[in-house]
Ligand binder design. Structure first.
Ligand code: LLP
Length: 436
């Protein structure tokens, strides 16, 4: 449970000031509930830390974590920037009225059409990933006589996951230009003097669900070293240093993330001290948190249905969603915590496995969890599902994707409506070819 969760006198879980049982009744289940208060708190913590340190910055929401018109509008209210990775996310941002000059476009295989859409809307920055993209951009900008701002995405040979970071000479990644083997230098030489391409600086993203600051610091050092080299050799003025996202959150009690401000402060310290050794102006620092903005603000509500006891092995408790709305446990072995929302105060003395309803044995949301005795109709609340849950949802088994609701201080609204059976078939066309 996070700070905005509570339990009311009925023993019901309260999300954003609203009884979760009421939310389940009003909007149905499975349901994603986002508490906006927590998202705003996180956004402000990131932004204010940069302000307090007097460092020019952009905090871009990595919207792959959860993309919708209303969520983009929340991020706009909080003065964040936006990281998009496809024409779909870009189009959603445009529909949301997101300020285009604060949109950054990522991706390792942007199509011509996607780049043209980005150019048509004059977005703030394209994060260029590979040589093919440089070629496409040169061609498109010249054809349209239009300038674009870019960052070069580089792989600094730093990889971080949770408590670990490793530095490797040659990083095996499908993203970006290798900083060590000369690819980044070649990319630089191809864009630096281009008439239409304006190189603002460098970008890297070292991993996800990171609990330590060391990886960010090592990456920043490597990027700044390259900046200094290009300044020395070509007089290049780097104005932006984008250090990506990846700040960890607390899925279970074993997770020990740092406060957002801690990651930011440490990054700033390293950049400041390295820049102080040069005669450069402090570059803007951009970051791209996804999970840490929306992850623990999201809770999934499910209705409990069937139960199956496998004597001496386990008790399966099935819910009305599953890997179709949260593939992370099946895909990554991701761990989550949950409660029965209408029995929060009761003694949790039965070990269950929470199963989804997809036709797949691996469709388990939680392998082992202690809960009070569950009955059909109870509501299971699974915490911390706000990042890469709905965003990675599918219609596997033709299950309808859930609704998404926003709550905040006692108010609530539908942000994404539930798919209907009609939605399920709306792209299908009838057979029109004759039988052979
Ligand atoms: N910036 C870039 C360039 C990224 O590739 C990512 C995530 C982020 C920022 C945001 O990272 P975050 O702060 O959310 O960790 N589906 C996986 C996560 C994939 C992350 C992909 N890139 C999961 O469910 O854990």
């Amino acid at each position: 449970m996070v700070s905005t969760h509570a339990v009311n006198e009925k023993g019901h879980l309260v999300l954003g000031g609203i009884d979760s049982l009421e939310l389940a009744k009003t909007y149905g289940t499975p349901l994603f509930v986002y508490d906006l208060a927590l998202i705003r708190e996180r956004a402000r913590a990131f932004i204010n830390t940069f302000k307090e340190q007097n460092v020019p910055a952009q905090v871009a929401y990595a919207s792959k974590a959860f993309s919708s018109v209303a969520m983009y509008q929340v991020m706009k209210q909080e003065n964040l920037s936006l990281d998009v990775v496809s024409s779909g996310e870009l189009y959603t941002a445009i529909k949301a009225g997101f300020p285009v000059d604060r949109i950054h476009f990522h991706g390792n295989n942007k199509s011509k059409e996607e780049l043209l859409l980005a150019m048509e809307h004059n977005i703030g920055c394209i994060v260029v990933d590979n040589f093919y993209e440089i070629e496409l951009l040169k061609q498109l900008t010249a054809e349209h006589n239009q300038k674009v701002n870019i960052l070069l995405r580089v792989t600094p040979g730093v990889e971080a996951h949770t408590h670990d970071y490793i530095t490797t000479g040659q990083q095996d990644s499908k993203f970006g230009f290798d900083l060590m083997n000369g690819q980044a230098d070649l990319a630089f030489s191809q864009v630096y003097e281009d008439d239409y391409i304006q190189l603002l600086g460098l970008h890297c993203h070292i991993g996800s669900q990171i609990f330590e600051t060391i990886g960010f610091k090592v990456a920043a050092e490597k990027l700044i070293k390259k900046m200094i080299e290009w300044h020395h050799d070509y007089d290049f003025e780097c104005t932006v240093l984008n250090l990506g996202g990846g700040f960890g959150i607390k899925y279970t009690k074993e997770d020990t993330p740092l406060e957002p401000s801690v990651y930011v402060k440490e990054m700033i310290m390293v950049v400041k001290s390295l820049i102080a050794e040069t005669n450069f102006a402090m570059p803007e620092i951009w970051i791209e948190p996804g999970r840490s903005l929306v992850g623990d603000a999201g809770t999934s509500l499910y209705t409990i249905g069937s139960e199956k006891e496998v004597p001496d092995v386990r008790n399966y408790l099935a819910v009305d969603g599953g890997m179709s709305d949260n593939i992370r446990p099946a895909l990554y072995g991701a761990l989550y915590d949950a409660v029965i929302a209408n029995k929060v105060g009761e003694k949790a003395d039965i070990t269950y496995t929470i199963a989804g309803k997809c036709c797949e044995s691996g469709d388990k949301l939680i392998e082992h969890i202690e809960l009070p005795k569950a009955e059909p109709g109870d509501i299971l609340a699974m915490f911390c599902t706000g990042a890469y849950g709905y965003a990675m949802a599918s219609n596997y088994n033709r299950l309808a994707r859930p609704a998404v609701v926003f709550v905040e201080n006692g108010k609530h609204q539908l942000a994404v409506r539930r798919e209907t059976l009609e939605d399920i078939v709306h792209l299908d066309l009838p057979l029109s070819m004759e039988k052979e």
